[in-house]
Design a protein around this ligand. Structure first.
Ligand code: ZN
Length: 188
């Protein structure tokens, strides 16, 4: 198929390798010495296959992909994750190919990173505490009432964030149901 875009989706592996679904000797070496991972390769192959169907992906850059348990996490360039997350067809194709998929972007902005990862859950506030060793503790407050029926697993969010950014997260809800605060009877 003729490609109308000058820029082609970029991957952690060569564009050509991603297109044909085979690694060149150079990328094989990078895989062997740990510069890239099996997850990078797999996610690149899957995304390259989706390109013909979804030209919107053409302008994006997949920075890295991670395997966390049985899930895949795709890390796009800053500002790009929403384009993938908001496209239901792309998301369902990714899930078909990779199983449970998380999408976020490479950014130093903890809120941006988390909001994409947790999409469509809205965060009210983020408090960052810097520890003496340079690591960060993040308190993220989820908008709305506390519930056990969130569409995402918060423990998985913690695990993924720890692996990718090194940050520790504690979640709280705007309106707690089982917290100490809720001992104050709410009339509504
Ligand atoms: Zn290559």
């Amino acid at each position: 198929m003729f490609n109308h875009f000058e820029r082609y989706l970029k991957f952690p592996i060569c564009t050509f390798d991603a297109k044909v679904g085979v690694l060149c000797p150079k990328c094989e070496d990078r895989l062997k010495n740990g510069e890239i991972t099996e997850a990078d390769v797999k996610a690149s192959f899957v995304l390259a296959k989706l390109l013909n169907q979804f030209p919107v992906l053409d302008k994006l850059t997949l920075k890295r992909a991670y395997r966390v348990g049985d899930d895949y996490v795709l890390l796009f360039n800053q500002g790009e994750a929403k384009q993938v997350l908001s496209n239901k067809q792309v998301m369902s194709k990714l899930k078909e190919a990779l199983g449970n998929v998380w999408v976020t972007e490479q950014t130093s902005d903890a809120r941006q990173f988390l909001e994409n990862l947790m999409y469509p859950i809205r965060l009210l506030t983020i408090n960052i505490v810097w520890l003496p060793d340079g690591s960060r503790h993040i308190k993220a407050i989820i908008a709305g009432q506390e519930t056990n029926n969130l569409p995402i697993d918060l423990n998985k969010v913690k695990e993924i964030t720890k692996i990718i950014t090194g940050d520790e997260i504690v979640f709280e809800f705007e309106k707690g149901k089982f917290t100490k605060k809720s001992s104050i009877v709410r009339t509504r």
